[in-house]
Design a binder for this molecule. Structure first.
Ligand code: GLY
Length: 350
């Protein structure tokens, strides 16, 4: 192993084993060049803990491009039928059809790729990566996105699990007493559906390696029971994801419409570019949404938003942060101190 490679390995592996003490003692003895290197780090929404963050860090330590590493991380969650906000098992639209959105952005090449409203393809984040790598486009939607995926060898499959179908049917049949859909009265609650709620759930994952390369990915089944064709913030560059290779990466989960209107992830990365710590930059974007939320159906009696949006960010130096509009909750991070969940900063106290 050459001197510089050994240094890279030491710097990376200290983070990989999650040994804060080991990292600190290595740094104490290290030449200046090592101390200045960013520690690799990965952040994600809480549903990325522990597997997505771990897989992404594994890829970064193995020297894969950061954009591939974070996509490999979220792919685990897309494949998990228990996560009903993403990929296989995601909650469907109002017609019972699962439509997925995803985007990737790479700070090294300054390129992005995304798909919107793609049906029957389990891993939209990987398709987004193909859009970035193998086309001159940024966003492909609907039937065209599916055909593009199939042309690249992605399999068409049913993404609606039994649990998601039952949750959709329960919603559909309870909409109105004036239509012809009757709720199934089984006399007892279905334990399978106890914890299923309508959701904006999503996964975002951003990473930085010891070279300071940054990248991010956001993938989702979007708002449950949405109007067919609705596209949220996740595949919109600047809203659900933004990466500036010279400064940092940020992504978001929560009410996509608010994030689109405020260019949420772009505003986080711009704040980092102007010198803010990623955590403060996330709070800045959350406050911005509070400021821009005025429509009656979106505010409580006290004028504050009746929804939540959460931001996750890393900068090129290897620092990270997460913040939400409302206090409470955690984000996932894997850095020199290990793979763990961390309290969000916030704009408003519950
Ligand atoms: N943030 C996910 C969505 O609104 O679709």
């Amino acid at each position: 192993m050459s001197r510089i490679n050994r240094r890279r390995f030491l710097s990376s592996s200290a983070a990989a084993i999650g040994a804060g003490a080991a990292a600190a003692s290595a740094s104490a003895k290290a030449p200046e060049i090592l101390v200045r290197r960013p520690h690799p780090c990965v952040v994600s929404s809480a549903n990325g803990y522990p597997h997505c963050t771990s897989k992404a860090m594994e890829g970064i330590i193995a020297g894969k491009p950061v954009v591939d590493a974070v996509v490999e991380g979220v792919t685990l969650v897309e494949n998990d039928p228990k996560d009903m906000s993403v990929g296989y098992g995601g909650l469907p639209n109002e017609e019972g059809v699962v439509q997925l959105d995803a985007s990737v952005m790479d700070g090294v090449s300054c390129l992005s790729g995304a798909v919107g409203c793609i049906e029957n393809i389990k891993n939209p984040a990987k398709v987004a990566l193909h859009v970035m790598r193998y086309t001159d486009h940024c966003l492909i939607v609907g039937e065209g996105a599916k055909r593009f995926a199939k042309a690249h060898g992605f399999k068409e499959e049913n993404l609606l699990t039994e649990r998601a179908r039952k949750a959709w049917l329960r919603w559909k049949a309870s909409l109105s007493e004036r239509d012809d859909w009757f709720p199934k009265d089984t006399g007892r609650a279905d334990p399978d559906l106890e914890k299923v709620k309508g959701t904006y759930g999503t996964i975002n994952c951003n990473g930085v390696n010891s070279e300071g390369d940054v990248a991010g990915v956001t993938t989702t089944s979007g708002l449950s029971w949405k109007i067919p064709g609705r596209v949220g913030d996740s595949p919109i560059i600047g809203a659900g994801l933004y990466v500036d290779g010279d400064h940092g990466a940020a992504g978001s989960t929560g009410r996509g419409e608010a994030n689109i209107i405020s260019c949420g992830s772009f505003s986080v990365v711009e704040a980092i570019r102007k010198g803010m710590h990623p955590k403060d930059a996330c709070v800045y974007a959350a406050r911005n949404i509070v400021r821009l939320t005025r429509a009656k159906h979106l505010v409580r009696k006290d004028g504050k938003p009746n929804f939540n949006v959460k931001f996750y960010a890393v900068d090129k130096k290897g620092r990270h942060g997460g913040a939400a509009i409302w206090s409470g909750g955690k984000y996932a991070a894997f850095d020199a101190d290990g793979n763990r969940r961390i309290d969000f900063a916030y704009a408003l106290e519950r």
